[in-house]
Ligand binder design. Structure first.
Ligand code: HEM
Length: 219
C-alpha cells in the first residue's frame, strides 16, 4: 500500500516548508495591517472590520491558517523526534557549532516559544474579536484593543522577547524552506540567504515598532 507524503523524511520536510511559506506570507500581511494602526486609526479599524467579517476570510482563509499553524507545529515536533532518533549520541564527536548554526539546531525551541506567544496572543486579541463579532455582536474598536494592551510595559516586554524568537526562527526557516523544496542554485541561493536574513530581521522589527509605538503613544 502506498504511503502519504508525510511518511518519509523528505516528504515531511517539503510539507514543513510549504506550511512555512504560507505562514511567512501571513506574517507579512498581518504586519502590513498592524502597521496601519500607526498611520491611521480609521484605516486600521476599517481593515480589521473587513478581515473580521468577510465570509471568505472568516470561513475559508482563517480555518486554513489555523490548520497551517497546527500542522507546522506537529510536523516540526515529528521532525525533531526523528532527528533525535537518527543521532542518539548528539554531536558527541564534533563541536555542534561546526555542524550547524545555533538557529538551525534550535528550531524546536524557538518554534515552541512562538507557539506559547501565539496562545497568549489568541486569548488577548483573537478571542475578543470572535466574541464581539459572533457572540455579543458589539462594535469592536480594534485600535482601542491594541492600544490598551500595549500600554502595559510588561506586556510589550513579553511581545518583544517573542519577536526575538520569531527572528531567530525565521533566520534559519526562510532559507531552509527553499532548500527543502529543492531550490539550490549556485547563483541565486546566496542572494536568497541574504533575502532570508533581511526578512527575518525586518518583519519582527516591524512588529516591534508597532508594539513600541502604542506603548509610547499611551504615555
Ligand atoms: C505588534 C504585534 C501584533 C499586533 C498588534 C497584532 C494584532 C492582532 C489583532 C488585532 C488580531 C485579531 C484581529 C484580527 O483578526 O485581525 C490578531 C490576530 C492574529 N494574530 Fe496578531 N498581532 C501582532 C503580532 C502577531 C504575530 C507576531 C503573529 C504570529 C507569529 C500573530 C498571529 C496572529 C494570528 C494567527 C491571529 C488570528 C488570525 C487572524 O485573525 O488573522 N500576530 N493579531
Amino acid at each position: 500500500m502506498s504511503k502519504g507524503i508525510s511518511s518519509t523524511s523528505v516528504g515531511r520536510k517539503v510539507l514543513m516548508a510549504l506550511s512555512g511559506f504560507f505562514l511567512m506570507f501571513f506574517l507579512l500581511q498581518h504586519l502590513l495591517i498592524n502597521m496601519l494602526s500607526i498611520i491611521s486609526v480609521d484605516a486600521f479599524n476599517e481593515v480589521s472590520e473587513f478581515m473580521g467579517t468577510n465570509p471568505l476570510i472568516q470561513f475559508a482563509l482563517q480555518p486554513v491558517l489555523f490548520f497551517g499553524i497546527i500542522f507546522h507545529l506537529i510536523m516540526g515536533m515529528r521532525l525533531e523526534l526523528q532527528n533525535r532518533k537518527a543521532r542518539p549520541i548528539q554531536y558527541a564527536m564534533n563541536k555542534p557549532s561546526e555542524n550547524a548554526s545555533w538557529m538551525s539546531r534550535n528550531m524546536i525551541i524557538t518554534g515552541v516559544m512562538i507557539m506559547l506567544f501565539m496562545a497568549l496572543h489568541m486569548v488577548d486579541f483573537f478571542l475578543p474579536t470572535i466574541n464581539a463579532h459572533y457572540i455579543t455582536h458589539e462594535h469592536l474598536d480594534s485600535f482601542g484593543m491594541v492600544a490598551a494592551k500595549f500600554a502595559n510595559p510588561v506586556y510589550v516586554g513579553i511581545y518583544l522577547v517573542a519577536f526575538v524568537f520569531l527572528a531567530l526562527h525565521l533566520m534559519h526557516g526562510f532559507q531552509s524552506a527553499f532548500q527543502s523544496v529543492g531550490f539550490n542554485h549556485k547563483k541565486y541561493t546566496p542572494t536568497l540567504k541574504k533575502l532570508g536574513t533581511l526578512y527575518a530581521i525586518l518583519v519582527p522589527l516591524g512588529y516591534a515598532i508597532v508594539a513600541i509605538f502604542h506603548f509610547v503613544n499611551s504615555l
